[in-house]
Write a protein that binds this ligand. Structure first.
Ligand SMILES: Cc1ncc(COP(=O)(O)O)c(C=O)c1O
Length: 415
């Protein structure tokens, strides 16, 4: 049925983002986004938790914020207080935490509090697309700092800060994903975190620590959070339940000094994040989080092995990568003649969705032949098949891999 259409376009102020494309479904082989393993969502535990908490406290849903105030459901903030102390050495109380609608809302609130058009911030050179997009939409200059196997390079950070200072620019924050970096998967060791704090202090620039993958570490060991190591309160720490439990719940959190939290609360205009999700998470996580997470990471680690085997088999030496310390992504470098923005289009037409490197980097040339593969959401079989199709497409478009290494070429009817 064709409805008569009202023309809204003359009403749209200039500078609004381009319209979104309509959702057309997931690709057959989807290696994109931060989706998790559907087999690992603790569905039964969540059902039990939902039913228990609703029976006990369901009537509190009658009040905005469950009568726990705008910072979120108190038992969830209490769970986080204990968890952050145990895992990340962060010493905070429930009053230092604000629950938000996914850590994406945390990014928006921090940015809305601190940034105006023309500002400068520091980011890792290869970093989260969602952070980069927000900055460019705000007209903020993002200075990328190269990474190595220990995360953001401190020599490069020191010279960038000194260079900006010479030019009279004080960046508003240093955004880092130090614990399982997105997309490279590195963990910044404690000594480097201390160096980062030293630079932050001497240049008067706060650290914005995004720790949303910190639960997904293969050996379960992590250095203290930068927030925990800071002596001057100049660190805003954010985290999420998206990676440890489920992204569709849309529950994240911010730990920050009241001076910042109070400003962000004034900008959080949604009258509180979804209460049922917060109640169910608190009820489920308090007794089960520490047993759920090692199971989840074991499964993710097995999928990473399948992905690395498939890449070795299909691409041979054409695909270079470092095994990440945890998380859900592999950052892959292909030969220099491969343009992953073009590969992305061709692969999508064949049913394989990948994240092209330039969307995840401040240096489009460096990232031009790189791609990010999420291994959490496809099954083992989809990983093997999808990488085989990707290799065929890459060879057809760019001549690499020159031939399929180690395995017999199979016909793929989906192509
Ligand atoms: C580094 C980083 N920060 C934040 C987010 C947003 O996560 P969410 O809003 O689901 O908590 C993501 C999602 O993939 C991410 O990779």
């Amino acid at each position: 049925m064709t409805l008569p259409t009202f023309d809204f376009s003359p009403l749209l102020p200039a500078g609004r983002p381009a319209p979104a494309a309509r959702w057309t479904g997931l690709a057959r082989y989807s290696f994109v986004g931060g989706n998790n393993d559907s087999e690992q969502v603790p569905v039964d535990g969540l059902i039990d938790a939902a039913s228990a908490v609703l029976r006990r406290e369901g009537k509190t849903l009658a009040t905005y914020g469950l009568a726990h105030g705008p910072q979120g459901y108190r038992p969830l903030r209490e769970f986080l207080t204990a968890k952050l102390k145990r895992d990340a050495a962060i010493d905070c109380t429930a009053d230092d935490i604000m629950i938000v609608s996914g850590s994406l809302q945390a990014l928006d609130l921090v940015n809305a509090t601190l940034l105006i058009r023309g500002d400068t911030v520091i980011v890792e050179q290869d970093t989260y697309q969602g952070a980069l997009n927000r900055l460019s939409r705000l007209g903020v200059n993002a200075v990328g700092i190269p990474l190595d196997h220990e995360g953001m390079r401190m020599d490069a950070l020191a010279s960038a800060l000194a260079d900006l200072k010479r030019r009279g620019v004080t960046p508003k924050y240093i955004y880092a994903i130090p614990t399982v970096q997105n997309p490279t998967g590195t963990i910044m060791p404690e000594a480097r975190r201390a160096e980062l704090l030293k630079l932050s202090k001497s240049f008067g620039v706060p650290v914005f620590e995004d720790d949303c993958y910190s639960d997904l570490i293969w050996d379960g060991k992590r250095p203290p959070a930068i927030h925990a190591m800071s002596k001057n309160g100049g660190v805003i720490h954010i985290g999420s339940f998206s990676k440890s439990i489920a992204p569709a719940l849309r529950v994240g959190f911010i730990v920050a000094p009241w001076e910042m939290l109070s400003r962000m609360l004034a900008l959080k205009t949604d009258a509180g994040s979804g209460a049922l999700e917060q109640m169910v998470l608190a009820e489920y996580c308090t007794p089960h989080f520490t047993t759920h997470v090692p199971k989840l990471t074991r499964g993710l680690r097995a999928k990473l092995d399948t992905l690395m085997e498939a890449l070795n088999a299909q691409f041979g030496t054409s695909a270079e990568f470092e095994a990440p310390a945890g998380g859900i992504y592999l950052w892959v470098k292909l030969p220099g003649n491969v343009d992953t923005l073009k590969l992305y289009q061709a692969a999508l037409a064949a049913g394989v969705a990948i994240n092209p490197g330039p969307e995840w980097s401040t240096d489009k040339t460096h990232a031009g032949c790189r791609l990010r593969l999420c291994f959490a959401s496809p099954s083992h079989e989809q990983i093997r098949e999808g990488i085989a199709v990707l290799a065929e497409i890459c060879r057809r478009e760019f001549g690499v891999p020159a031939r399929i290494a180690n395995v017999e070429k199979r016909a793929h009817t989906s192509m």
